[in-house]
Ligand binder design. Structure first.
Ligand code: NOJ
Ligand code: CA
Length: 580
């Protein structure tokens, strides 16, 4: 299924849904508790769908919802065909899907199949008997591999990647924590089972999956070191999903260098034939560096370094997610700069590479800077992913271990427990943030709804405006030169539906920006940090400190009108418009 847009000239052009979407990432357990047991659940989420609809998001990406001992936020699954009982049951899930359908909201799930929990019955069987049918579902070594203490994803907390198991009498591989044994995805039986898992949830109505730990899923793991990657499984996954549901989307979590990254999309006849979407980790780091330096150049460089994606490919942009801000791929001095600006305290830092804070607190709760940062994200090429609670500017709780600091309950109101749950506070899954700045009595949905200039009201406006600007998700982005100095980033996006200009001032000075190459007969301001006046002179555009402006330059295709070929190139799938 696709959405269509009628351009100014009356032509019909197709935009794949995921290129004009806004993804909202949430953990059901910390969103809304419906039965007073202190744990968020599916019924609670259902009761908040009107809020999400009004906010303007179009896709809910749910953190793992399967039965789990929750030693890694549910990324340690014990049964892929069910819902954890603390969240409800499969019936509750189907009710959620119904109500999402009613509101036109799509749902994506996390597919966590690089590993299972060590309590999964497959692993229990595999470890207990060398003749178990599940033995070869995991990755074993009879000797201690030479690399058993290398390649940890959580250094400082995780000590090894191969652990000896007494019951098995062998070493098993685990890229993540020791309680997450890696599945052997080279085994065709394991692949077949994973395809069944995909089919199961697809039948229950999900629109796609975020593929957890994609690089490790396709790694050929051997004692002594991985033997490269085998991407064929991604093609199998894609083929099956496309057969089951033509518009299903697969989003890869792969924080790897660009050359490797494009392998996850694949390329056949100019089109992506593996996964369709990639998290833009490089852009995320560049955004962090730019915000830290108050200088647009790192984003300019990152945008210029992004090669065009194959047809159907798309970026998922983000500022914050449910993990730490991962700065591992920055140069050492750049990483130090970002740390000094946004995570100076040891308690802010984790795994020697990241920051375990929410964006509002990283930016010192500076409202203007926060909005400018999100405006930057929303106007970057791709589909924005927003983390629950960021729309009201929530903070973190550094007393909680590792990444749990940023996984506190959603703050709905000033009521007890922030309206998250009616349980006694000491029975909550995690405490609600209750400090003098970010506590639920200061930062909550109910108060911000009444305030037209709140962070929440700003998000509602910006997301709805973005959805009127399909150029961002499907167009081609160019960075422009201005005479305003490094604090300004000016970029333009061009598509058959129109053209837009975006200006951001990362610094603290009032500026006037001249964008020379720019021409437009009727420029229209569609969104900005303040009112800049009705007259728009592209050779002298005022820009407040931390200001931003979204200016529509054109509706409809540029002259001369593109031929059908050109439209087809830009979009996914078969040509879907005919000339009038
Ligand atoms: C990546 C997820 O984002 C993270 O939260 C999790 O701990 C690991 N994968 C392991 O599944
Ligand atoms: Ca509950």
């Amino acid at each position: 299924m696709t959405t269509g847009l009628v351009t100014r000239t009356g032509r019909w052009t197709v935009v794949s849904w995921y290129r004009n979407a806004v993804v909202y990432s949430l953990d059901v357990r910390t969103f809304q508790d419906s039965n007073g047991d202190g744990i968020g659940d599916l019924a609670g989420l259902r009761s908040r769908l009107d809020y999400l609809s009004r906010l303007g998001v179009t896709v809910l990406w749910l953190s793992p919802i399967h039965p789990s001992p929750y030693r890694d936020g549910g990324y340690d699954v014990t049964n892929y065909y069910d819902v954890d009982p603390s969240l409800g049951n499969l019936g509750d899930f189907t009710l959620l899907m119904n109500e999402c359908d009613e509101r036109g909201l799509r749902v994506m799930l996390d597919l966590v199949v690089n590993h299972t929990s060590d309590e999964h019955p497959w692993f229990t069987s595999a470890r207990s008997d060398p003749r178990s049918p599940y033995r070869d579902w995991y990755v074993w070594s009879t000797e201690e591999p030479a690399d058993s203490a290398e390649g940890m994803v959580f250094p400082g907390v995780q000590e090894r990647t191969w652990t000896y198991d007494d019951a098995a009498g062998a070493w098993y591989h685990h890229r993540f924590y020791a309680f997450q044994p890696d599945l052997n995805t080279e085994n065709p039986e394991v692949r077949a089972e994973i395809l069944k898992v995909l089919a199961f949830w697809e039948r229950l109505g999900v629109s796609g999956f975020r593929i957890d730990a994609a690089p490790f899923l396709v790694e050929r793991t051997r004692p002594g070191g991985a033997q490269g990657r085998d991407y064929s499984f991604l093609v199998e996954i894609r083929e099956q999903m496309s057969w089951l549901r033509g518009d299903a989307v697969l989003l890869a979590e792969a924080n790897v260098p660009d050359e490797e990254l494009y392998e996850f999309l694949g390329h056949a006849d100019g089109a992506a034939n593996r996964l369709q979407m990639l998290f833009a980790f490089r852009l995320n780091e560049a955004l962090m560096l730019a915000l830290a330096r108050e200088d647009g150049s790192p984003v300019r460089d990152a945008l210029e370094a992004l090669p065009p994606l194959p047809r159907g490919g798309a970026w998922a942009t983000f500022l914050r997610n449910h993990d730490e801000v991962d700065l591992s791929q920055l140069a050492e001095d750049e990483r130090a700069e970002v740390m000094a600006a946004f995570g100076p305290d040891r308690r802010h830092q984790v795994y020697g590479r990241g920051i375990r804070r929410r964006l509002a607190s990283m930016l010192g709760n500076d409202e203007a800077r926060l909005r400018m940062a999100y405006s930057l994200q929303l106007t970057m090429p791709g589909t924005p992913v927003i983390r629950y609670g960021d729309e009201i500017g929530m903070g973190e709780n550094l007393d909680l271990p590792e990444r749990e600091a940023i996984r506190t309950p959603m703050q709905w109101s000033r009521r007890a427990n922030g309206g998250f749950s009616t349980a006694a506070p000491d029975r909550l899954l995690r405490p609600v943030v209750d400090d003098a700045t970010y506590g639920y009595t200061h930062v909550n949905v109910t108060d911000q709804r009444l305030e037209p200039d709140s962070t929440l009201s700003w998000f509602e406006r910006s997301l709805h405006t973005l959805r009127e600007c399909p150029e961002v998700g499907s167009g081609t982005t160019t960075v422009l030169t201005t005479d305003a100095g490094p604090a300004v980033l000016a970029h333009r996006t061009e598509a058959t539906t129109g053209s837009m200009l975006f200006l951001h001032n990362l610094g603290e000075e009032d500026l006037v920006v001249r964008v020379e190459e720019m021409q437009s007969e009727e420029p229209v301001e569609v969104f900005a940090d303040r009112t800049y006046g009705r007259e728009l002179d592209l050779t002298a555009l005022a820009l407040a400190p931390r200001g931003f402006r979204w200016i529509r330059l054109r509706r409809g295709p540029a002259d001369p009108l593109p031929g059908p070929e050109e439209v087809r190139d830009e979009e996914t799938g078969p040509p879907a418009w005919t000339s009038a």
